[in-house]
Write a protein that binds this ligand. Sequence first.
Ligand code: NAP
Length: 319
Amino acid sequence: MSENVLFNQGQAISSKYDFSKTYLSAELFKKKNGSGPEPSANQPELITLSDGNEIPLIGFGTYTLTGGSGVNTMMQALSTGYRALDSAVNYENEGAVGEVIRRSSLKREDLFITSKLPGRHQKFDEAITTIQESLFRMHLDYFDLYLIHWPNPLENHYVEAWQALIEAQKMGLIRSIGVSNFLPEHLERLEKETGVLPVVNQIELHPYWSQPEQRKFDKEHGIFTQAWSPLGRANAVLHDEIIKKIAETHHKSIAQVILRWELQLGVGVIPKSSSTKRQFENLDLFNFELSDEEISSISALDKPDGRTNSQNPAVYQEF
Ligand SMILES: NC(=O)c1ccc[n+]([C@@H]2O[C@H](COP(=O)([O-])OP(=O)(O)OC[C@H]3O[C@@H](n4cnc5c(N)ncnc54)[C@H](OP(=O)(O)O)[C@@H]3O)[C@@H](O)[C@H]2O)c1
């Protein structure tokens, strides 16, 4: 970890929250633990979206990270090497993300901040106000990426919400506009009714739910697929025997093999971890490669009922 990412190390802050933690860089982690990640683990790779903006291939999931402990965990994630933080109005942590941005010594342009529009504010005017409120909570002038969190097709307001994101982009409030949990039918409707396609579709994706058709559709339409719950929220997939064997061959963990499989499928990942060790582990993905055969055998683990929480975007609604 280069020295330009040190965050108030050990500094005692007069606050009711404990922000006095030391955030470990790769060097400090190694020193403290005897061994640790290679420096290559700390290079966030970027790819270019179809609107010309860049996005880190690996971001940091922030669901459940709230309040003072959430701030500490996210500060550690930045120190570990993450540059992209994936938030949402419904995670109730935009304030914590804003605090992390303020406290970090990183420049705004070196960070990639995402938030998401909740289902209850999909009407045009409400969506614009909600985006502004998200920015005010984070004390930001713009988001790198803003997504419609769920299509909520039974409500039938997602096209209006999309028009609001297009407008907010024109207003300079958002650099890249995208969606989450959108099926081909929803994306086709956006294109037909607005002429504008999202540049990102963030969807549930892990070895037990690998979404080949959705990935193919996204790719054909220049949409970057980003995996949410890329580790299946630490469910049975982290104990899968087939992945375990592949992991042993590469001297990597099962989680690393899963994340590497996702990257080799051309999918971005946003794993969440509260543990410093696992944060490093989830970034350390660029010093091994899975063979075509290994990729196929992991992809073959896909299950018809593999979703973690049975949230089918055709019918599931979230507000
Ligand atoms: N758009 C959407 O609708 C949507 C829905 C869900 C999630 N998301 C986003 O996607 C992010 C990631 O998804 P997620 O948080 O649901 O699940 P996830 O990242 O797949 O899994 C997180 C779980 O895995 C554990 N873990 C992390 N790294 C590990 C490793 N190397 N080895 C073993 N266990 C590990 C974590 O425990 P520890 O913390 O103890 O390490 C935690 O319990 C979210 O945080 C959120 O930002 C978006």
